[in-house]
Every structure is written in structure tokens, then in C-alpha cells.
Design a protein around this ligand. Sequence first.
Ligand code: FMN
Length: 382
Amino acid sequence: MKLDQVINLHDLQTMARQRLPRMAFDFIEGGADDELGLRNNREAFERWRMLPRFMVDVGQRDVSVELFGRRYSTPVGISPMGLAGMFRPGADAMFAEAAARHNIPYIMSGASNESLETAARIAPDHAWFQLYRTLDEGINEHLVGRVRDAGISTLVLTVDVVVNSNRERNRRNGFLRPFKLTPSIALQALLHPRWTLDYLRSGGHPMMQNWQPYAAAGAKADDVADMFGKLTPASNNTWHSLEKLRRWWPRKLLVKGVLHPDDARQAVALGADGLIISNHGSRQLDRTVSSLEMLPEIHAAVPDTPLILDSGVRRGSDIVLARCLGARFALCGRPMMYSVAAAGSAGVGRAIGILNNEVDKVIAQLGCPRFEDLSMDYLRRA
Ligand SMILES: Cc1cc2nc3c(=O)[nH]c(=O)nc-3n(C[C@H](O)[C@H](O)[C@H](O)COP(=O)(O)O)c2cc1C
């Protein structure tokens, strides 16, 4: 499949599947344990039906959204995703470039390959940064200082990775550290020569550039990844960690991974400016509730706080649904990684364009010409 044949996000997944070795595709696609949560994340969207209104002039429509003092062209951003450079060299920079071009936010992962300074240079108004708190408080504070000095507007603290989860696809495929080249991995590489050539030409495993300064001089990509693996996940996170971060960080602060309404209240009480309602794309706790299920309760708990819905978004209609249930904005994860793996920055642009067109068509069909005016009035339970 070629990029000009792509008509929806599923096609980008197909393209990525063709280009990537199985273990790389599986790393992106996989969930935890039995992967029940992957299905649950989709089923949550399927439990709602849309109730259109007619005889409304929808000749002029507006899908843009105001968020933290900025108007974005489409109500979706790119979820933070680590290791993107593995799937296409320079992928983080491509995300930043596509986000700036299409005027949407891109959240650089705390486990990215490119540096946060690079993202800020490419997309000064669109790159946000996601922080994984580490066990080393000195590094945490220093990193937050770098994000501030780079001029980044928004810091996202991910709270839902308390231990490394059980991802069985990675264990079976050998997508683990330390990496061992097995005959089956070598065969996969041979069967996907375009990916393999890119990987070899760019020097193999990409460096986690944000972490390089904290490693010994001359540390290689593997050494830096090992160091990161020792420092994270920080299983000792508490609300005090958020309080401290609030003191260090002067600009917009979001908490990602909130699912319980009481956690939402607490995060807001401690100074979070917004919340990303997410179950990490069901990559952590397999039997967790879906983020969409919890959205109405969380909206009721913190009605004045901007909520961003993440996990399971695959269609513009999903974003419309999330808006009706109380979200201001949405994030999209895996499909964005597939798009960059499949076709670089142009692929990401295509994914954004598809979601924009789908949202636009759905609000027209609902008889609600402004995305921001959507409400529960347009929904009924299936
Ligand atoms: C390959 C991959 C890497 C990810 N890395 C991170 C990360 O570094 N930090 C983070 O907060 N979330 C990470 N996530 C979770 C995403 O930010 C997001 O919550 C999830 O992908 C949303 O679900 P979706 O893929 O169904 O859209 C990652 C997800 C994927 C697929």
C-alpha cells in the first residue's frame, strides 16, 4: 500500500505492518497480559450512538479548539511515545515538524530519541514535553530546568507507569534488553529490507538524547538506555512528587494517566492545569477501565479543568464522542506511530488530515457547526 491510497488510520497501520519487522510492529501494537484492554478501549466508544439534529446551517464549520491560551486547528494531538527513532530514524523530529505544520500539539516522550531542545527548535509553539520522573531527584530537577530553558509551554507528568508491565509480545519476540540477534530476528530483518537499511545506515539502536548528558562521557546508545532503565520507572511517586514539580515548573502542568475522579480532584488541588485521561493505550494494567468510560465522572469531579482524552482514538467520530462526554481535546497514539513509521512526516500529516476531515464531516452530520459546541445532547447510550 502507498500513502496516496490511504483513506483512514487503519490503512496507515497496514502500511506500517508491511514496512516494520514483526517485533517492531508488535512493540507498538501490543498491550499487557491477555490484551483484553485493547478491545475494551475500542468497545467503550461503541457503547454510544450519535443523535443528529437537522435543518441547521452547517455550511461554515469550525473544528478548531482553544486550549491553554492557544487555538489549535484540529482537536487532536500526538500522544507521547518513546523509542520512535527505532521505527524511523528522526521520527521525533518528524512528529514535531508535522505538528507545527498542521497546528496541533505534539507531546515529546520522556523516552524519545531526539532531544527536547530539538523539538522546541522545530516546533516552538507546538512541542510539549512528557516527563517520566526518575529515582534521581537531581536529574528530575535538571531536566525540568532544561524544558523551561528550551521555552516549552507545557509539561506532562505521566503517572501510570509504576512498574514495567507484562508485555508478552515483546518477551516472545525478543524485543527486550539486552538485545540478542536471534535467527528469527535476522530473518525478520531480511524480510523488511527498507526498515533494516534505514536502521543500519543510521547506526543501529538510536540514542536517547535527553538522557545522554546524565550518562558517563562516551556512553553509547545501549549504555544510555540501560541507565534510563535503572532510573525508571520511579515506583516511589506520590502526590508530594507532583507538589514538588509544581514548585519547579512555572508554566502549564498536565498529569497523564489519571482515571479515578478522586485522583483527578487531588491533581487539580495540587495545581495541575489540565488532565490527560488515559490508560496508556492499555499497555500497563490490562484490566483497567477505559479512559472514555471514566470521562463523564471525571468531568463531573473537576468541571472547570480542561480534560484531554487519550487511549483508543482511531476516528474523528471518537474525538467528537469524547468532546460530547466532557473532553476539550483528544490525543492519538499508535496510529501516529504507524504513520511516521510508514511514511515519515508526510505520513503524520496524512493522519492529522484524515482525523480533521472526519471530525469536520461528523459535526456537519450532527448539525453542530462548531466542534466546541458539542454536548451530551448529541449522544444516546447504545
Ligand atoms: C510505542 C508506544 C510508546 C509509548 N511511550 C510512551 C511514553 O514514553 N510516555 C507516555 O506517557 N506514554 C507512552 N505511550 C502511551 C501513549 O502516550 C498513549 O497513552 C497511548 O498510545 C494512547 O493509546 P492509543 O495508542 O490507543 O491511541 C506509548 C505508547 C506507544 C504505542
